[in-house]
Design a protein around this ligand. Structure first.
Ligand code: DSN
Length: 415
């Protein structure tokens, strides 16, 4: 959409890489559950002079002059996000998901405090207490799990652990969990022990904003989300909280964790929130979920083990063990066909995260391109054929051609 004439003359080496990536995105299929394609308007907002500005502080209280328009932009983004999620307060400055989560812990906890979070190989995020992450290093996490038989979070077990451990905070909301979260039950358990409730809705935020999944914002103490997954905005994050926690949260973001916010990204967040408030976005979210359901059903028909037996959202984790390959091998076979996926652990995975047993599939990006359930069925047959014929270069190349043909039929809106 941009003509790139200045990069062309100033820095052809950079332009060459941008062009190659544009071609890759355009001709290949994106099934990574956390990725999406932004609109032209979001892309334009990112490429603006707002990147030139320092604006440490908050609206009306900045540590630099010349922030009148920046104040206007931040309040627009905040007002739209509040409306979208029915939030009492929104901080739109977090640079991305992990820094947002770090700010939440900093706001509500002291190092060493007890927290409850879902284990990484059961679908949690690194920043929900994994020992190699700052969260697991600084705070005393106890990890809950999904029930291995059902693939779902066993709330009776969560209650039992919470009552025993008495954490100061309970974290819910996940990276590789395909079912609706029982937010109200989490809140009820937390209230019993006086714990803070923290929801990380990074994956499902767009579906929640569209009213297609349950929204924890009205009753959880604090909620974070990235803005670039199902919400289809720029790479970044926001924190939402109850009015009574405004000072704690805002101070943790700045000066606690961050310096100058990225105002060009905040402008793009505002555009994305505006888009998500439109009725078309509800249709988009519905289609994302319908596509995911169809995908899970098609995999199941072909003998794949979908964790929890299906999906209520935009993603699913498929155990590749009975197909005779690891998640990493499946990822690389599909890469050769022009289909991007991400390897994933399965609950109690006997293999390490670098070479786990499963693959996570998601439908947000293909739905933005306009693919519907009929196309999704075709995509699953390609995936299955690629896995069954993983050693046969000719078969993989033929699939690659067919994938490309479909992708060119459904162009990415911003390309
Ligand atoms: N990296 C993201 C994902 O793929 O789920 C989470 O931060």
């Amino acid at each position: 959409m941009f003509d790139y004439k200045n990069i062309h003359s100033e820095d052809p080496a950079v332009l060459e890489i941008i062009k190659k990536e544009t071609r890759r995105q355009s001709e290949e299929m994106e099934l990574i559950a956390s990725e999406n394609y932004v609109s032209k308007a979001v892309l334009e907002a990112m490429a603006t002079v707002l990147t030139n500005k320092y604006s440490e502080g908050y609206i009306g209280h900045r540590y630099y002059g010349g922030n009148q328009m920046i104040d206007e932009m931040e309040s627009l983004a905040i007002e739209r996000a509040k409306k979208l999620f029915n939030a009492e307060h929104v901080n739109v400055q977090p640079l991305s998901g992990s820094p947002a989560n770090a700010a939440v812990y900093m706001a509500f906890l002291k190092p060493g405090d007890k927290v409850l979070g879902l284990k990484l190989d059961h679908g949690g995020h690194l920043s929900h207490g994994h020992p190699v992450n700052f969260s697991g290093m600084l705070y005393n996490f106890t990890q809950y799990e999904v029930d291995v038989k059902t693939g779902r979070i066993d709330m009776a077990k969560v209650r039992e652990i919470a009552l025993r451990e008495k954490p100061k905070m309970i974290v819910a909301g996940y990276s590789a969990y395909s079912r609706e979260v029982e937010w109200e039950k989490f809140k009820e358990i937390a209230d019993k022990i006086g714990a803070f409730t923290f929801a990380d809705i990074a994956h499902t935020a767009g579906l929640i904003a569209a009213g297609e999944m349950v929204n924890p914002v009205p009753f959880f103490d604090v909620v974070t989300t990235t803005t670039h997954k199902t919400l289809r905005g720029p790479r970044g994050a926001i924190i939402m909280c109850k009015e009574k926690f405004v000072k704690l949260v805002d101070r943790a973001v700045f000066p606690g964790m961050q310096g100058g916010p990225h105002e060009h990204i905040i402008a793009a967040k505002a555009v994305a929130f505006g888009e998500a408030l439109k009725p078309e976005f509800k249709q988009y979210a519905k289609q994302v979920m319908a596509n995911a359901k169809t995908m899970a059903e098609e995999f199941t028909k072909l003998g794949y083990q979908v964790i929890s037996g299906g999906t209520d959202n935009h993603l699913m984790v498929v155990d590749m063990t009975n197909k005779g390959l690891s998640g990493k091998e499946a990822e690389s076979v599909l890469d050769r066909c022009g289909i991007s996926v991400s390897r994933s652990t399965i609950p109690n995975d006997p293999n390490p995260p670098m070479n786990p047993s499963g693959v996570r599939f998601g439908t947000p990006a293909i739905t933005t391109r306009g693919l519907g359930q009929e196309e999704v069925k075709k995509v699953v047959t390609w995936i299955n054929a690629a896995i069954e014929h993983k050693e046969e270069t000719e078969v993989l190349e033929k699939i690659r051609e067919e994938v490309k043909e479909m992708c060119l039929k459904f162009p990415i809106p911003s390309i």
